[in-house]
Write a protein that binds this ligand. Sequence first.
Ligand SMILES: N[C@@H](CCC(=O)N[C@@H](CS)C(=O)NCC(=O)O)C(=O)O
Length: 203
Amino acid sequence: MYTLIVGTQEWSSWSLRPYMALMATGAKFQLKVIQLRRPESKSAILKQSPAGKVPVLKFGAVTVWDSLAICETLAERHPKAGLWPKDAKLRAKARAYAAEMHSGFPDVRNQLPMAFASRLPMPDLKPETSDQIDRIIAAWDEALKKHSGKDGFLFGKFSIADCMYAPVVSRFTTYGVKTPKRVKGYMEKVWALPAMQNWLKAS
Ligand SMILES: N[C@@H](CCC(=O)N[C@@H](CS)C(=O)NCC(=O)O)C(=O)O
């Protein structure tokens, strides 16, 4: 039904997000991996999407690029998967979390690049990077404290907010970022998900 085109799993943080969402729908899909950082990478990606970036989702005659657009499309097509919270106020907040990740934290991206299966020393952090790490931890902690309930994700049941932050769980694990107990428990929960473990095997 679907084809999800992703970049090398070890590095492609943007690709991990829709993979998490697609796995949560339970829908059948084919995964195509384009190896990044090779001379032929760009032309291979351009054959799949005019935007020249992965991830890309294809179904029928439709091509969707951009990780958040793919997650939104899946949420719309698979309402039973509950990829956004049912409650409208909670949904608005979950969307703000997802959007904050999508458009923000540039220094975390640059200084702590995703290296999914690796364990690396923490680099000397710029003040901006430390501030962004603190903001992510505070945002997670607040959502978990208020909304995680028995399911244990940021907004209770697993949602697109968790998909968007899954690469950060990986980055914090790789570089050994220290987190408070509640956040550590959340990271362990996300890391143990079958989708994350599949990604690890492929990394
Ligand atoms: N905003 C896009 C960003 C996607 C992106 O930057 N993808 C990287 C891989 S992780 C890529 O395709 N890089 C290859 C290139 O730029 O040639 C999204 O959310 O999907």
